[in-house]
Design a protein around this ligand. Structure first.
Ligand code: FIX
Ligand code: ZN
Length: 421
């Protein structure tokens, strides 16, 4: 410790923690819906995409009821953005997290937020190529890597993988496999079409063939993990349901063979309002016993888990205390708000110490990498100030180097180390 920088005094502790949280390069954003440039239009970026984020679509459909969801979706992208800008930013203070985020982005790019000139904002983005803007966003967000969400069942995405492996080291693939667990009746004929000998009733060689499908895609993608978003009412084991043998005989064995985590993300209540389309999903409390049983039945598999219900997050902390193969991550979706990030981060640090990944962005639009992390860094900083002050008051010696290591871990290095990346 002799050559480390000891912190002396509460003010220095707080100032140092804040500086480190705001300045630490982000090792990896462990879950996003971003794509590298080679994926073309699948990568969303720019003013109109920022403003028509599905979080804001939900907000405008409740705020300006003169336009129905159907009416909104009949508009062009530019008309949608103009409608949201007027309704959610000009007609009332843009005080929600998703609205504030748009302004945080514009400010970070040095644009005139006070001017409120949509034309200026659109011109700014139009003046850059996607490659230039990717470089800009990673620099402004101070982010080293992001994990993508890569879906072999997506007809737009699959041809990009047919053309070759990912070649931008900033973008780490993740193999997304929802259809295998959620809509097997739709996945089975597609797997069959792709040459896998699979039967709807899982008979014959089906489970071995599903495992071969996963191994084939893992070879193509080299994914950091396999992921699936599962409903709040997902059951495991589920008597008579195809999801259990698919997990037990295909997904888990493949993850163990590949030495990568399986990432069940549980809690969505799909399409509570179908008229809102992608913005129409809700949240439900899941049975934490699903996670407990997965970890207990498969002790050799790593489970990288986030849950969508606020109540489940506390249960997840307790479950993680019981299972070293369980790594909690992120403040997902409806939890990604300062008030809830604060609560979740506090209970995690109090129950787990530092063996977790504090946040992910879930960005769907490239520019969100800037605001989601700017906001999260500040929320997490406030929690860490209190926690390190608590430590300081016991007489424990705090050093800059130790806090830097702790924060880098919370911001994603813990995942890279745990997953062996
Ligand atoms: O399943 C998921 O990966 C969810 O994050 C998305 O479906 C969701 O729409 C989202 O983007 C939440 O932030
Ligand atoms: Zn997501």
């Amino acid at each position: 410790m002799s050559d480390e920088t000891r912190l002396t005094g509460p003010a220095e502790v707080c100032n140092t923690v804040e500086r480190i949280c705001l300045e630490t390069p982000l090792p990896v954003d462990v879950h996003t819906h971003l794509y590298s440039a080679r994926f073309g239009d699948l990568l969303l970026w720019g003013f109109d995409e920022l403003v028509t984020y599905h979080y804001l679509i939900a907000e405008v459909c409740r705020t300006n009821r003169e336009v129905t969801p159907d009416g909104f979706y009949e508009m062009t992208k530019t008309e949608q953005a103009d409608h949201i800008w007027q309704s959610l930013f000009i007609d009332e203070s843009p005080i929600s997290e998703a609205r504030r985020g748009v302004l945080t982005c514009l400010q970070a790019y040095g644009l005139d937020v006070e001017g409120r000139s949509v034309e200026e904002y659109r011109d700014f983005f139009a003046s850059s190529s996607v490659e230039e803007h990717i470089d800009r966003v990673f620099e402004v967000a101070n982010c080293e890597k992001v994990v993508m969400t890569n879906d072999p069942f997506d007809d737009e995405e699959r041809p990009v993988w047919d053309a070759g492996a990912e070649d931008d080291p900033r973008f780490i693939p993740a193999l997304r496999i929802d259809p295998l667990l959620v809509t097997w009746h739709e996945a089975q004929p597609r797997l069959e079409q792709w040459g896998y000998d699979v039967a709807l009733d899982l008979s014959g060689n089906t489970l071995a063939e599903v495992r071969r499908f996963l191994m084939d895609w893992a070879e193509r993608m080299n994914p950091a993990y396999m992921a699936a978003s599962l409903g709040f009412n997902f059951q495991y084991p589920h008597e008579g349901h195809s999801s259990t043998p698919v997990i037990d005989e295909a997904i888990v064995p493949a993850c163990i063979e590949l030495d990568i985590p399986f990432s069940p993300m549980i809690g969505v209540k799909r399409q509570v309002n179908p008229s809102l389309k992608l913005a129409g999903d809700g949240v439900g409390k899941c049975d934490i016993g699903v996670i407990e049983r997965l970890c207990q039945i498969h002790p050799d598999c790593k489970f990288f888990v986030t849950l969508l219900s606020r109540e489940n997050q506390h249960e997840l902390c307790v479950a993680a205390r019981k299972f070293p193969n369980l790594m909690p991550f992120g403040c997902w979706w409806f939890l990604n708000n300062p008030s809830i990030i604060d609560e979740i981060t506090r209970e995690r640090l109090e129950l787990l110490g530092l063996s977790l990944v504090a946040q992910h962005s879930d960005c769907r639009v490239l520019d969100q990498l800037v605001y989601k992390w700017e906001h999260s860094r500040r929320s997490i900083s406030e929690v860490l100030k209190d926690k390190y002050l608590d430590l300081y008051r016991t007489g424990w010696t705090l050093t800059v180097e130790q806090i830097e290591q702790d924060v880098r871990g919370l911001f994603g290095q813990n995942f890279l180390d745990w997953a062996g990346l």
